[in-house]
Design a protein around this ligand. Structure first.
Ligand code: URA
Ligand code: URA
Length: 296
């Protein structure tokens, strides 16, 4: 029986005859290769494609000195640009153009030059429609006065009515995630609704309620002058664009609301009911995000 040791000796001899440098073997239990022209195992040649799970930091006992950072595996290049830009859909063609002037409610109003805060104060006092009767809190909207993106939803739900803040329920959590995914944290976005008080049992706001309330929205947008408006859901899209066209037909166009690009997408509450709308919504919000970048 030919032992491994003998095979190994013959292999080393052949190497020496071929003029190859001697092998340096570390460790006593190293096995000889199966053949002289053995190639590395494929798993060793291909860098891992899945990231390692995050390591638990060991407690720093002896030293607080920074440790050398782990180097990237050689095949992994950092991807250029933010995630939302990858496989970006093209900017869609122009859609509707809305040029209407500011609503009458404010045309002769001493608050014509009001700040967002002053408009919010008016909303808190408002009794222009029946929704005021059951409200715990009016929900004017929130966000910085220099926000580049304005998100417009339909109307407050239970949690919004309770807190006085827009989009803080389940749909709001989803909106917060969507905004984070396009690198526009919600703290940087102005978020409001078409109607500022909760419709009973979360029904859709009626047209007379919308008509009574929309001047506030118009005024908020006029003061804010965002770079882009994102209308979420049919109520926001129909109200801002003054149309009854379906949400599906209003999507995938860049409308213009008084000079500001306006993108229509599904309402986050609709996404919770129908996850098939997540992909088109992701496209829409990325288009809106791109338009924010393209401003000016
Ligand atoms: N849905 C809306 O349209 N607006 C909110 O503020 C919350 C839920
Ligand atoms: N129809 C709507 O009105 N809103 C949506 O978000 C989806 C369909």
């Amino acid at each position: 029986m030919t032992g491994a040791r003998e095979l190994w000796a013959r292999y080393l001899e052949q190497r020496a005859q071929l003029g190859e440098s001697p092998l340096v073997i570390q460790g006593a239990r190293q096995h000889p290769p199966e053949s002289p022209d053995r190639v590395p195992a494929p798993e060793a040649a291909i860098p891992p494609t899945t990231p390692e799970p995050p390591r638990q930091e060991p407690p720093r006992a002896e030293s607080d000195a920074p440790r050398p950072s782990r180097s990237r595996s050689p095949g992994k290049k950092p991807k250029a640009g933010p995630r939302w830009k990858r496989d970006m859909p093209p900017i869609p063609p122009r859609g509707m153009v809305v040029t209407a002037a500011t609503s009458d409610l404010f045309s002769e109003d001493p608050l014509k030059e009001a700040s967002l805060d002053a408009v919010a104060a008016m909303i808190h006092e408002c009794t222009q429609c029946g929704l005021c009767e059951n409200r715990n809190n009016a929900v004017p909207g929130e966000g910085p006065g220099d926000a580049l993106l304005a998100v417009v939803g339909e109307g407050p739900g239970a949690k919004e009515d309770e807190t006085g803040r827009p989009f803080v329920g389940r749909a709001g959590e989803l909106l917060t995630e969507i905004l984070a995914a396009i690198d526009l944290p919600r703290e940087q976005v102005y978020i409001c609704n078409v109607v500022k008080c909760r419709p009973p049992s979360n029904r859709k706001p009626q047209q007379d309620e919308i008509d009574a309330c929309v001047p506030y929205l118009h005024r908020q947008l006029e003061i804010l002058k965002p770079a882009v408006i994102l209308a979420m859901g049919g109520t926001a899209a129909e109200t801002l664009l003054g149309t009854r066209q379906s949400l599906g037909s209003l999507r995938n166009k860049v409308h213009e609301f008084r000079g500001t690009p306006l993108v229509v997408t599904y309402h986050p509450a609709a996404l919770l009911r129908n996850p098939n709308w997540k992909k088109p919504t992701w496209d829409d919000v990325r288009i809106a995000r791109q338009l924010v970048d393209n401003r000016g």
